[in-house]
Design a protein around this ligand. Structure first.
Ligand SMILES: C[S@@+](CC[C@H](N)C(=O)[O-])C[C@H]1O[C@@H](n2cnc3c(N)ncnc32)[C@H](O)[C@@H]1O
Length: 224
């Protein structure tokens, strides 16, 4: 959900529509289950979703375990009013929101039990990717769980397909750059931030289909 869009009335109406909410909920449930994210995170305690977008993935993770609470951090998005109202009614007090940047998270060292970053880092240049991973490590308690979910095209054709799908799904302007990495490239960055990979999960064909041929995604489950 990165781009220029909030003032566009058509996009704003779409983000608040029930059909869009239903589509995003299904997408988030599939991602949380098929990436291993929902199962890997601690079932109790405070979690942090960096680049949480509209909040659907946080909702899917919270729905799996009543002992979880979560903060969603995002520099420009938050749940649209109908979703915020639904979350307040269905999981009162369990999802909070921070308007902020992943490079400077306003939380103390070791403040959270689990952190994830889903489909955010390929929108950021390499130095910013490193800075956000270092911040994620800083706020994660010792022994906590970190997860990175990314689009991970393996060659030029897959990269072009991934970029087309990204632009469609996120209402992106055509000139927005992407900084994808192949599946084998992320672990070195994770290790440099002090996050050691424990499990890697490849997944494809997440709803809704945004390209005819599937796009490759990878989940990296790490220990802090
Ligand atoms: C493609 S969306 C992914 C949203 C959500 N994680 C999901 O999987 O549905 C990318 C998100 O990253 C956020 N973002 C961009 N730069 C960021 C930064 N420096 N720190 C934290 N979030 C950022 C954007 O605002 C946007 O909500």
């Amino acid at each position: 959900m990165r781009g220029t869009v909030p003032p566009d009335p058509l996009v704003s109406a779409t983000l608040g529509a029930r059909w869009f909410d239903a589509m995003m909920r299904r997408r988030a449930r599939e991602i949380a289950a098929r990436s291993g994210l929902a199962a890997a995170l601690p079932r109790e305690g405070l979690l942090l979703d960096i680049g949480a977008g509209l909040g659907h993935l946080a909702e899917a993770v919270l729905a799996e375990a009543p002992g979880r609470r979560c903060l969603g951090l995002d520099p420009r998005w938050s749940p649209p009013a109908p979703l915020a109202a639904r979350l307040r009614a269905q999981m009162p007090g369990r999802l909070g929101w921070i308007r902020g940047d992943g490079m400077a998270i306003p939380l103390a060292e070791g403040a959270v039990d689990g952190v994830w970053i889903a489909f955010v880092l390929h929108h950021l240049p390499p130095d910013t990717q490193r800075a956000v991973l270092a911040e994620a490590r800083r706020v994660l308690r010792a022994g906590g769980v970190f997860a990175l979910l990314e689009d991970t095209p393996r060659d030029g054709a897959e990269r072009a397909r991934t970029e087309r799908a990204d632009r469609r799904l996120n209402f992106e302007p055509a000139d927005l750059p992407h900084h994808y990495r192949a599946p084998g490239e992320w672990p070195a960055l994770l290790a440099a931030a002090g996050l050691s990979e424990r499990r890697r999960v490849s997944f494809r064909r997440i709803f809704p289909p945004a390209s005819l041929r599937p796009v490759q995604h990878t989940g990296y489950i790490c220990a802090g």
